[in-house]
Design a protein. Structure first.
Length: 139
């Protein structure tokens, strides 16, 4: 689903004419948008969520909360508080991930507030006993 989302996002960003293939729909993306634990990288989740929104998907309170809780804790790197880390067990700061979250935030202003998350290397979503994502789902 991440590749399908990249197609939707890329077409939108480049103002490409036409519609995505018929199998890439808001309905197909919704279960992925609602279940961020399926992803091992914040980049992929941010792309899927943005594609879902671009295709007309709505963000109710549970989806907003899931997105915020998944993405916000990965904000902040040592010396670079505005950037995002990759996610999963990788503590690395990543410009591609940061760009995906920034473009998602442009599509859905305020989804991920501009506050600094835990900035320690390897910090993960809150509520995780180890501080790292544990469910490494398939994409």
């Amino acid at each position: 689903m991440a590749a399908a989302a990249a197609l939707v996002d890329g077409a939108h960003d480049t103002h490409a004419a036409g519609n995505p293939p018929g199998w890439i729909t808001r309905g197909a993306l919704e279960p992925w948008a609602r279940n961020p634990e399926r992803f091992t990288a914040i980049y992929d989740y941010a792309q899927v969520l943005r594609a879902y929104v671009l295709l007309g998907g709505g963000l109710d309170a549970p989806l907003r909360r899931a997105a915020h809780d998944e993405i916000a804790p990965y904000r902040g790197c040592p010396g670079l508080p505005g950037l995002y880390r990759i996610g999963g067990t990788d503590p690395g700061c990543d410009l591609k991930t940061t760009w995906a979250v920034w473009t998602l935030n442009r599509a859905v202003p305020g989804l991920v507030p501009k506050t600094t998350g835990r900035s320690g290397a390897g910090a993960g979503p809150s509520g995780s006993a180890s501080g790292k994502r544990t469910n490494r789902g398939q994409q």
